[in-house]
Design a protein around this ligand. Structure first.
Ligand code: SF4
Ligand code: SF4
Length: 362
């Protein structure tokens, strides 16, 4: 990757360049902690936030919408007309954080990496341009809950973006991660970086890593216990007792992939088939057509969430954990059973049960 730089005062000109070819989404501030991605317009362009707490509503929705129409079905005079609905709008996300870049890569593996490719996802994804912003501001970018350093996804993404920006003070370092990014870097806005720029980048990144508070997740031990089926039932029951089945953790998660498909009537003789995010936290997730629910107990569904995210089988299949360390589930969970808490509960309970600590004969 060749390092280029752009003056601080010019950085939003990247958005202007992208707007010629893409609908551009960028982060904005609402009230208090509220932040969100929105479409950039002439009116709001100057309010784009470079350093900002990561929005809780993840940008994965621009490639996998919360709710989307898959098919339109019309019935006229005993004939059926079925028409798929594809969204091929070229979009660019400016300022996407490294954890969310890793989240989209995880979705890529799930929706495109197997035997069957999801054509709805594929059409959106191939037209998506990602401008990753490295999290360096300890006050604004790095939340209490962030632990990308443990998930090995940040604070600077190593791949799966088109362009990456990092704040060096008077300038931003810019690197390309794809041919499309390289093509954009040929623009005269960008100047060649020097060895001093690289050294500054290294120093800022090292300092940023020191600001992560939740940098002590015991993923390695938990993955091993999970894969070897060594986790006690009573640990899952404890997680289940604390879960209020609100579904929040799954809806904010950039790496959750589950969806449901249903049909709804939208007019006389007109039906649409929609896909919407689903959540393993909700009772209906595992309920079968006849009403029987093989996973009625909350803990029976909660353990699937963590198994799906951390068991070796899935990591091998998708080449990454289905947790990218964004910390959103920590922030939204009423019962304190976000990812790092559960990982720690598992580690403690399993270690205590298996008596890892030495004991005396007395
Ligand atoms: S956010 Fe917490 S309480 Fe809500 S479903 Fe997830 S684990 Fe349960
Ligand atoms: S499990 Fe929690 S911390 Fe991990 S990616 Fe999902 S929301 Fe973020």
């Amino acid at each position: 990757m060749r390092a280029k730089v752009i003056d601080r005062a010019e950085v939003l000109k990247i958005v202007d360049l992208l707007r010629k070819d893409y609908e551009v989404l960028a982060p904005f501030c609402g009230r208090g902690r509220d932040t969100f991605f929105d479409i950039v317009t002439d009116e709001n362009r100057d309010q784009i936030q470079i350093h900002v707490p990561n929005p809780y509503y993840p940008p994965k929705r621009f490639v996998l919408p919360h709710i989307e129409r898959l098919l339109k079905i019309e019935q006229h005079d005993h004939t059926l007309r079925v028409e798929p609905t594809y969204d091929e709008e070229p979009r660019a996300i400016f300022g996407i954080r490294s954890c969310d870049v890793a989240g989209i890569y995880h979705l890529d593996r799930f929706y495109l990496g197997g035997k069957f490719r999801d054509i709805y996802y594929e059409k959106r994804r191939k037209n998506l341009f990602l401008v990753n912003m490295v999290c360096t501001d300890p006050e604004l970018d790095i939340d209490e809950e962030c632990f990308c350093v443990c998930a090995d996804t940040g604070p600077a993404a190593r791949d799966h973006f088109d362009l990456q920006l990092m704040d060096l003070g008077a300038e931003f370092m810019v690197v390309a991660g794809s041919a499309r990014g390289e093509a954009l870097l040929a623009h005269p806005l960008f100047k060649n970086g020097t060895a001093e720029h690289l050294e500054k980048r290294r120093r800022i990144l090292e300092e940023a890593r020191g600001h992560f508070k939740k940098a002590n997740s015991w993923f390695a031990a938990t993955i091993r216990y999970m894969t070897q089926d060594r986790i006690l039932e009573k640990t899952w029951e404890e997680v289940g007792h604390r879960c209020l089945e609100c579904g929040g953790c799954t809806y904010v998660c950039p790496a959750c992939t589950c969806f449901s498909v249903t049909d709804r009537q939208v007019g006389p003789g007109e039906i649409e088939r929609i896909r919407l995010w689903d959540s393993c936290a909700l009772g209906g997730f595992t309920r079968m057509a006849g009403g029987f629910n093989p996973r009625r107990a909350v803990h029976d569904r909660r353990n699937r969430r963590f198994f799906r995210k951390l068991a070796h089988y899935f990591i091998q299949r998708e080449l990454s954990m289905a947790c990218v360390g964004c910390g959103r589930c920590v922030a939204v969970c009423h019962g304190d059973v976000g990812m790092p808490s559960v990982v720690e509960m598992i580690r403690r309970a399993t270690a205590a049960n298996e008596k890892h600590e030495p004991v005396t004969n007395a």
